[in-house]
Design a protein. Structure first.
Length: 589
């Protein structure tokens, strides 16, 4: 059993014990079920004396005659069915409870692990694939645990019990039944290997389908703007057909199991009927005994048939578990030191020493970044597109970990700090502020859920957001759509600034917060940012150089290194990259 499954089952040992006990009761009742019929055939219709196990009921029936014996057989049939029914109900309920809890624990564990993974993992993994694993694969495992696991366990126990009883009744008949089992096992094993490969392809195709759907819906505005609906629909249709063909290929193999098993069952049943009829004619066997054995033979092969037909399900679960484990085993987490420091309030001194980073090792984005930022300084970061500006900023809160070099805050390596404590003291305003589905109040207080309404309103006023919030139908309780698309870009940015203000962090990272705004919105956002930046260490990434005139220092990143640094005037006088960028934007030095 995989370690993850053992860990999930360990807290529920009592539930497992109940399931096992009730399954054993079901197995015993299944073994007992044919015997009342044997009593009817051999002891009521025939002339054989009744067996000892039923005579205890005869006084209750009022006598020992054949009529009373038939009544006792009927009562036994009802009692066996009643006990089996209660055991089935209890085992089914507890199994469903177990599977639901396992599914919930697995989803929560996966989501928790996904929260801890660095952004590097998401750089190389499609969100649709992750969603497919978190929903479809977990649902497959949960469904298997709720139904198939109980059926497999019940079938296995019943199979064992049937073999023991059949050998006790007629060892020669039992050998006939068991003769085909090894051949069936070999056939099922070989087909299962083929089905597992086919099912793995099915899950891959289904993940591609979910990814295509998710990406298409997320980019629906762009699709409609460029009239690419037909192309997107064609891409989705191809992905859907790929899933269909992969599933049919898997089904083609799994469908071959049922007729092979049925043929083997018919062969064994025919041999037993032929041999049993001869024994009855010679008086060596009773009709009731043959009936009981045929009933056991049918019950013996029912688990065999079920287990064979379950091959496709087992293959699906195996593949689903592989995909779940692939997420659980993903090692792109941000590691913490064995004894991390809970950081005190930061002063805001940041230093990069020979820092290098690459999304792939052979193609470094940052090669040798050395930079010093003093507490309370506003530092602008500029450079050509793709030079690594945003990547450099993402290393400070450890969204990604550097490959080489050292980054310190207040003289301490950021890797020595507790990750949660580090990020709690860094505020962010990004180019595209993402709002979560919910109220404006919830979005402003997202980084500080315990904020009072007064603090929320005050932060919104400082961010120039209160003026449009109060005009909305429900004010601060107004709901925003997915990703805040019901608001304009300028409104989203001002809510993002309010979100950063309410956190009151000593370090602030601004990643091109005005790049996509019109002039009027930009003025309001810049005014709000000026309030936000007071008394903090600020790193602002900008293409619009006009927003950096008040910066204490400007750093130019080019080809993964700090190419220039200085004030606005110093860099213009230098006549280098910054001066060239300034000339392109303003037409003069």
């Amino acid at each position: 059993m995989p370690p993850l499954l053992r860990e999930l089952l360990r807290p529920r040992r009592r539930t497992l014990a109940v399931i096992v006990t009730m399954t054993l009761v079901q197995m015993l009742m299944s073994l007992a079920a044919p015997w009342p019929l044997k009593v009817i055939l051999d002891n009521v219709v025939g002339n054989h004396p009744p067996p000892q196990w039923i005579t205890w009921l005869l006084p209750v029936m009022g006598g020992a005659g054949r009529v009373h014996l038939a009544e006792a057989a009927g009562v036994m049939t009802v009692l066996i069915a009643l006990v089996a029914g209660v055991a089935m109900y209890v085992s089914s309920y507890f199994t469903e409870s177990l599977s639901q809890n396992i599914g919930n624990d697995l989803r929560v564990r996966l989501y928790h692990h996904l929260q801890e993974l660095s952004l590097s993992y998401y750089d190389s993994t499609r969100v649709g694939t992750i969603m497919s694993t978190l929903t479809g694969d977990v649902q497959t495992i949960q469904g298997f645990a709720s139904t198939s696991t109980l059926n497999i366990f019940t079938d296995a126990i019943t199979l064992f019990g049937m073999i023991v009883v059949m050998f006790c009744l007629r060892w020669d008949f039992a050998i006939i039944a068991l003769a085909v089992t090894p051949m069936l096992a070999v056939f099922v094993f070989r087909v299962n290997k083929i089905i597992r490969v086919a099912v793995r392809e099915v899950r891959t195709r289904q993940s591609e389908l979910v990814s295509t759907l998710q990406e298409g819906l997320q980019s629906i505005e762009v699709v409609q703007a460029f009239s690419r609906e037909d192309a997107q629909e064609r891409q989705f249709r191809e992905a859907s057909l790929g899933a269909v063909y992969a599933w049919l290929n898997a089904r083609r193999w799994s469908s071959s199991l049922a007729p092979v098993v049925s043929l083997a069952i018919a062969l064994c049943t025919g041999l037993v009927l032929w041999r049993g009829a001869l024994l009855i004619l010679t008086g060596a066997m009773t009709v009731g005994a043959l009936t009981v054995f045929l009933a056991y033979l049918a019950k013996f092969f029912q688990p065999v048939r079920d287990l064979a037909q379950m091959t496709n399900t087992i293959a699906q679960v195996s593949v689903a578990f592989e995909r779940v484990m692939a997420v659980c085993d993903a090692d792109k987490t941000i590691p913490e030191r064995p004894m991390p420091i809970d950081p005190p309030p930061f002063r805001g001194e940041i230093e990069f020493k020979n820092v290098a980073f690459g999304y792939v090792p052979e193609s470094p984005v940052l090669r040798d970044i050395t930079l010093s930022i003093q507490p309370g300084q506003m530092v602008g970061v500029v450079g050509p597109t793709g030079s690594g500006k945003s990547t450099m900023a993402s290393l400070i809160p450890r969204f990604r970990d550097r490959d080489a070099g050292l980054i310190t805050i207040d003289g301490v390596d950021i890797s020595d700090y507790k990750l949660h404590g580090l990020r709690m003291q860094i505020g962010f305003v990004l180019q595209d502020t993402v709002l979560l589905r919910g109220s404006i109040r919830d979005n402003i207080s997202f980084g500080r859920p315990d904020a009072t309404m007064e603090e929320i309103v005050n932060a919104a006023r400082m961010a120039n957001a209160d003026e449009f919030i109060v005009k909305m139908p429900d004010g601060y309780d107004s709901l925003v759509g997915d990703r805040g698309l019901t608001l304009s870009g300028g409104q989203r940015q001002r809510i993002g600034i309010a979100r950063a203000l309410i956190r009151d962090n000593p370090i602030l990272i601004l990643d091109e917060p005005t790049a996509a705004l019109d002039a009027q919105s930009e003025d309001l956002v810049i005014e709000a940012m000026e309030r936000l930046m007071k008394g903090r260490t600020v790193i602002t990434i900008a293409h619009r150089l006009s927003t950096l005139r008040r910066a204490d220092k400007i750093v130019v990143i080019d080809d993964g290194v700090v190419a220039e640094d200085g004030t606005h005037e110093e860099l213009l006088a230098l006549g280098g990259i910054y001066a060239h960028l300034h000339q392109l934007q303003f037409g003069k030095k």
